[in-house]
Design a protein around this ligand. Structure first.
Ligand SMILES: NC(=O)c1ccc[n+]([C@@H]2O[C@H](COP(=O)([O-])OP(=O)(O)OC[C@H]3O[C@@H](n4cnc5c(N)ncnc54)[C@H](O)[C@@H]3O)[C@@H](O)[C@H]2O)c1
Length: 260
């Protein structure tokens, strides 16, 4: 396909670096946007999601916007019940994950961006896994347990609203666990269930390339897709819709790429 102009927020983070690496290798033109410089990328902006002028300038001429910048979930499990579940809801999650997501969708709308990928999480359906109901289908209603996941449910809803109102294609990407540091690698190593939601950086990068290159004419206005590597034991998330809509099939399984 013709090279796409892609803006990635959170480009310096774990998943951002995986997306940058694969999309640049595929020949696309990638612009990073992050609080810190993006390693290995020629073109990036050091900026904050709250700076709407900077975001709007970054989105000029963009074909696909991949929104990854957020306050991620770094709480250790098991954790308490909301509101004491380890997330700083009012000071971090609301301004960064909810207001920040709104600014990103506004920048996409203002600049006529045709396709937007929003980083959601498999945690939006944790309630089913707790109840032993698996594999979870992408079509089931969300069932979050924690405040972080609730901000991603709101982001999905915002994406759906913008898709239907403004004619852009929006995919909420319900990501599995791509560990950010050695501590998270150790947590997954100790938990067979977590190994089944593992997402390798290589599979993450390949998913973003598939989603960027998927024919927009064949996509619904809004879709929520699960993305994990191949489970070792139990299939927790049904990946059928992910394969059907964007053609992504995972290649790795735990622990491939966990340390990279
Ligand atoms: N890694 C996972 O296992 C996982 C799983 C599910 C969902 N997610 C989601 O995927 C996305 C990326 O996660 P990650 O693991 O790469 O996290 P990360 O912390 O490694 O990267 C996030 C990046 O976003 C940047 N950022 C944060 N706030 C920003 C702001 N206001 N303005 C500009 N940049 C900002 C940070 O500097 C960082 O580089 C997040 O939305 C996260 O919630 C991650």
């Amino acid at each position: 396909m013709k090279p796409q102009r892609i803006l990635i927020t959170g480009s310096a983070g774990r998943l951002g670096r995986a997306a940058v690496q694969e999309l640049v290798a595929c020949g696309h033109s990638v612009l990073g946007f992050d609080l810190r410089p993006t390693p290995g990328l020629a073109e990036f902006i050091v900026g904050n999601l709250q700076d709407t002028d900077a975001l709007n300038r970054a989105a000029v001429g963009v074909d696909v916007l991949i929104h990854l910048a957020a306050t991620p979930d770094d709480a250790r499990f098991p954790r308490g019940l909301p509101p004491d579940d380890g997330d700083n809801f009012l000071s971090e999650l609301v301004p960064n994950n909810i207001v920040g997501g709104y600014h990103v969708l506004e920048a996409a709308r203002n600049n006529g961006v045709k396709k937007v990928l929003l980083a959601s999480t498999g945690q939006v359906v944790d309630g089913y896994l707790d109840a032993g109901r698996m594999p979870v289908l992408a079509s089931w209603p969300t069932h979050p347990r924690y405040l972080y996941a609730s901000t991603k449910v709101f982001l999905e809803a915002l994406g759906s609203a913008y898709a239907h109102a403004h004619g852009m294609k929006v995919i909420a990407v319900r990501l599995g666990w791509c560990p950010r540091d050695a501590g998270q690698v150790a947590q997954i190593a100790a938990s067979p269930e977590d190994q089944d939601v593992f997402l390798s950086p290589g599979d993450a990068g390949r998913f973003f390339a598939c989603a960027v290159e998927a024919d927009s004419a064949r996509l619904p206005p809004f879709a929520a897709l699960f993305v994990t590597s191949l489970p070792l034991r139990n299939l927790l998330y049904d990946l059928t819709l992910t394969r059907e809509l964007v053609g992504f099939v995972p290649q790795d399984s735990w622990p491939t790429g966990a340390e990279s």
